[in-house]
Write a protein that binds this ligand. Sequence first.
Ligand code: SAM
Length: 276
Amino acid sequence: MSLFHIIFGILILGISLLLLKRLISSLGLWQEKSRFSRIARNKEGINHIGTNRGVFDFKNSDKWLIERRLMVENQLKLRGIKNETVLKSMLTVPRHCFVPANMQKYAYLDGPLPIGEGQTISQPYIVALMAELLEPSPGNKVLEIGTGSGYAAAVLAQIVSKVYTIERHASLAAKAQEVFKALDYRNIITRVGDGTKGWPEEAPFDGILVSAGAPGVPESLCNQLKPGGRLVIPAGDRQCQELLLVRRNEDGSFSEEKLGEVVFVPLIGEEGWHQE
Ligand code: SAM
């Protein structure tokens, strides 16, 4: 066999592979058809949304979906999360879209991850636990303090009708808003500011979730709960807090339940810690 035959052979092989890739692509198998990756391809600047996932992108073998299934089974169900709507939401929301590009491969691991500004996206189990404690249902209006990456707000937005979320770092709020837009979460309203004062113009709320550790329960937040409403908040010292469930009873009084130790970044604000 001459050198010409070898080069000719390699060329034919290369062209065949290219044609095969085009054929697969035209059959729709190359890119996942979910709204998430479709949007990711269009949206410049949000390259941390799942792109370049090659042949694993077609629907049922989406590697992110497999990772989410494992997360739900091993991290959530085995630890006692039972609320079906919360489990379904955790299975649906693409957590990897809410973390920086260099963290994507760790998105479904059992822990918090850095998101910039010295802040974190909470551990999946903690997000699920706090969401379950709120007992969210479809017609609810929920307030979240500490948008961070936006992930917890998205988990709630899959279940309730409206999520109001407040973040004190403008850069984090802007990033989260970009992801909400890209993923088409129209029922999340974001605001930059001190969440310890709540969102009086939109009160009362069926549920309030505080995603940062407070020195105590902010009075403003309690006052913005509906009768029958629930507030979930980590409260204690700066190093370690107790997860609290505060219920507003129908007669307007409050009851409080302690649910175990947690560690959160501090809630900074007028009714929180006064310094970073
Ligand atoms: N829920 C977030 C997520 O899913 O990524 C994680 C939140 S992170 C653990 C806590 C967030 O609370 C940080 O982004 C921090 O900047 C924010 N934060 C702290 N104090 C705040 C305040 N008074 N008002 C609003 N946001 C606050």
